[in-house]
Design a protein around this ligand. Structure first.
Ligand code: AMP
Length: 304
């Protein structure tokens, strides 16, 4: 398996200034896998309840996500509720219901244990660790997390960080985790915790890549219509790691292009509720948006 992801498959209830969705398909592993699978073979490790609509399983199947690691059990799916305001970089979490995740212990199918890339998507760090311990020397281990775990499961998170190569964090999380305000200082602190590669997501303001001492910055696309930013971070990670999986070596240039893929894919996720922006996405639309990003970020050499 090229990429194995562990994370949430959820039913989300989301309100934004542009509308709302109730019990719609979401979850960190959902957005990630539906995106990464465009460039690599992806196996999904998660648990869902009896109330997951069949249409969700059909969607994963139709897109080619391997579901051998997806457990379906008695009880209700993980549920998350959030509300966004006009400033879409900030959201309030209204509720988090672990439900079937409460007693979940991930088991990696044999075919997942030699994964080339392991992505520990946002979920309790203890579960991330259980998956990490079942994998055999992946080429790259990447992790995502959130303020909730930085606050409530810091020691477990630090243990995970010691064993990973790359971490995705937003700017608030990198400051919260490190206790430093200056981003370069905060990132250096996080790198000292384990991961040499730190990707700092700044929502509609783009993302920064810190690869050892090298840094690369990319703005987000300027979109006419943002409908729901939920899942943009996981979609970014899907585009990013999907690209890395498709390359034999992981060098700085590959990581820069991965930033481009992540940025392009995340832009589509924000244009609809749930996974609607990712459902019927053509390769042409992705290539066009990559060009749009290139035009947005290039300028003539020399003085004009
Ligand atoms: P993002 O907008 O990229 O941060 O991801 C949002 C997704 O993360 C939503 O679809 C939620 O279902 C999921 N999510 C929110 N809180 C948690 C949590 N505590 N554990 C796992 N997944 C979560």
């Amino acid at each position: 398996m090229q990429i194995v992801v562990v994370g949430s498959v959820a039913l989300d209830t989301v309100q934004t200034p542009w509308g709302e969705a109730y019990d719609a398909l979401g979850g960190s592993a959902t957005y990630f896998s539906l995106t990464a699978v465009r460039q690599a073979e992806v196996g999904l490790v998660a648990v869902v309840g009896e109330d997951l609509p069949d249409s969700a399983l059909e969607l994963f199947g139709q897109k080619g996500v391997d579901l051998a690691g997806l457990e379906r059990t008695e009880g209700k799916c993980f549920r998350w509720g959030g509300r966004y305001h006009a400033d879409i970089n900030h959201r309030d979490t209204l509720f988090t219901q672990l439900n079937v995740f409460e007693h979940f212990h991930p088991k990696l199918p044999e075919s997942y244990r030699k994964a080339d890339i392991l992505f520990l998507a946002n979920i309790h760090p203890a579960l991330q660790m259980e998956v990490l311990e079942q994998a055999q020397k992946p080429r790259l281990v990447a992790v995502d997390t959130m303020n909730l775990w930085i606050d409530s499961a810091r020691d477990e998170l630090l243990e995970v960080l010691r064993r990973v190569d790359l971490v995705f964090l937003n700017d608030e999380e990198v400051r919260q985790l490190s206790g430093r305000y200056s981003l370069p200082e905060a990132v250096a602190q996080v790198q000292a915790m384990g991961p040499g590669i730190v990707v700092v997501k700044k929502g509609e303001h783009g993302a920064l890549l810190f690869d050892g001492k090298r840094c690369f910055a990319l703005p987000a696309l300027v979109l006419d219509q943002v409908v729901d930013p939920t899942g943009a971070g996981d979609t970014f990670a899907g585009g990013f790691l999907g690209h890395v999986a498709s390359k034999e070596t992981i060098d700085h240039d590959v990581l820069r292009e991965a930033m481009v893929r992540g940025t392009v894919m995340a832009s589509f996720a924000t244009e609809g509720f749930s996974v609607d922006g990712l459902r019927d996405l053509s390769s042409e639309a992705i290539a066009d948006r990559r060009e749009e990003l290139r035009r947005l970020t290039s300028w003539p050499d020399g003085s004009a």
